[in-house]
Design a protein around this ligand. Structure first.
Ligand SMILES: *[C@@H]1O[C@H](CO)[C@@H](O)[C@H](O)[C@H]1NC(C)=O
Ligand SMILES: *[C@@H]1O[C@H](CO)[C@@H](O)[C@H](O)[C@H]1NC(C)=O
Ligand SMILES: *[C@@H]1O[C@H](CO)[C@@H](O)[C@H](O)[C@H]1NC(C)=O
Length: 295
């Protein structure tokens, strides 16, 4: 095999994989487009789609519109093969106003690594009341590197408060915020199961943060807007739904003349030009995202 062939093969096998991510309702990368619950959330940085919340920025690995999930990756997150204990991981926390729209999936597990005995995780949870537990048959025990490395010697003879486990796995629901600084942890990992497939080896788990999104009213506003030729968006000042109907805006859909909110001289009968105007404002965006596979 020539060196060139070898290099090409290496690149194919080990470094990159690309995927097309479609940014569609309720998401958008432009202000005023999509649903207001997802405003200022997705950004395209050097052709990579990024997700930004109060705990930090994450790479978007996938958006599944059928199952209403997003899969995110934090480069400072550990996997079973790659342990990072520098305390730099984002963890996961969303702004309180965003919680009705975004939450980690119930079958997503967070493994908190090297947490200090004084961590709030272990306070008020003596013995069996510890929040650490297996989630969707995934847990810390699956990866020896999580439970036996690190600076804390584990002496498993007493109440966890005095001698905490090296790895504590939790579901997001049990603590509502993964903040490594506040929890006094050195690192974390996050994985999810692709139910109903039962995966026993942590090497074949899917690493990343699986987030579920939901749109209040089950998309009815947007369906009605699009069915009448409009494009879905929101009013950035009033933070309310807005249907772009070309030359005019509506708070319901493009058939409802009475709900027009438009500047003086807004027209009632949209011209062909203005119909395409709405699409022009909030066009569908397709990004190509290339990321490293750390395997
Ligand atoms: C995490 O907790 C620390 C310490 O309580 C705090 O200063 C920081 O703002 C928190 N981070 C986020 C994203 O809330
Ligand atoms: C998780 O499951 C493993 C194996 O099934 C078990 O050994 C371990 O005690 C469980 N851990 C917790 C925290 O429940
Ligand atoms: C419709 O709403 C958008 C965003 O708020 C605004 O920029 C535009 O001027 C509005 N159009 C009319 C005709 O009022």
């Amino acid at each position: 095999m020539s060196i060139l062939n070898f290099l090409l093969l290496s690149i194919l096998l080990t470094t990159t994989v690309s995927a097309i991510l479609t940014v569609d309702y309720p998401f958008a990368t432009r202000s005023g487009c999509g649903h207001f619950g997802y405003r200022d959330l997705l950004f395209c940085v050097n052709d990579v789609l990024m997700f930004h919340i109060s705990s930090g920025s994450y790479r978007v690995l996938d958006i599944d519109y059928a199952f209403q999930t997003l899969t995110l990756s934090d480069p400072a997150m550990s996997t079973c093969n790659r342990i990072l204990r520098d305390g730099k991981g984002n963890g996961f926390e969303v702004e309180p106003w965003r919680t009705p729209y975004l939450n980690p999936a119930p079958d997503n597990i967070f493994m908190l690594l090297g947490c200090h005995a004084q961590s709030p995780l272990f306070q008020g949870f003596p013995g069996k009341h510890l929040p650490c537990r297996n989630v969707s048959s995934m847990g810390c025990e699956a990866c020896p590197a999580w439970t036996s490395s690190g600076s804390y010697k584990s002496e498993r003879h007493t109440v966890y408060g005095l001698s905490p486990p090296d790895c504590c796995s939790v579901s997001f629901d049990s603590i509502r915020s993964i903040n490594l600084t506040r929890l006094k942890c050195q690192g974390y990992s996050s994985a999810y199961s692709l139910a109903p497939i039962h995966v026993s080896s942590p090497n074949s788990w899917s690493y990343g943060i699986r987030v579920i999104y939901s749109v209040p009213g089950d998309f009815s506003f947007c369906r009605s807007c699009e069915a009448t030729g409009g494009t879905c968006g929101y009013d950035a000042d009033a933070v309310s739904d807005l249907c772009y109907c070309g030359g005019w805006n509506s708070t319901s859909n493009c058939d409802k003349g009475s709900n027009i909110i438009s500047s003086v001289g807004g027209q009632l009968l949209p011209s062909l030009d203005s119909i395409f105007g709405g699409l022009w404002i909030c066009c569908l965006l397709i990004w190509t995202s290339v990321w490293q596979i750390s395997k």
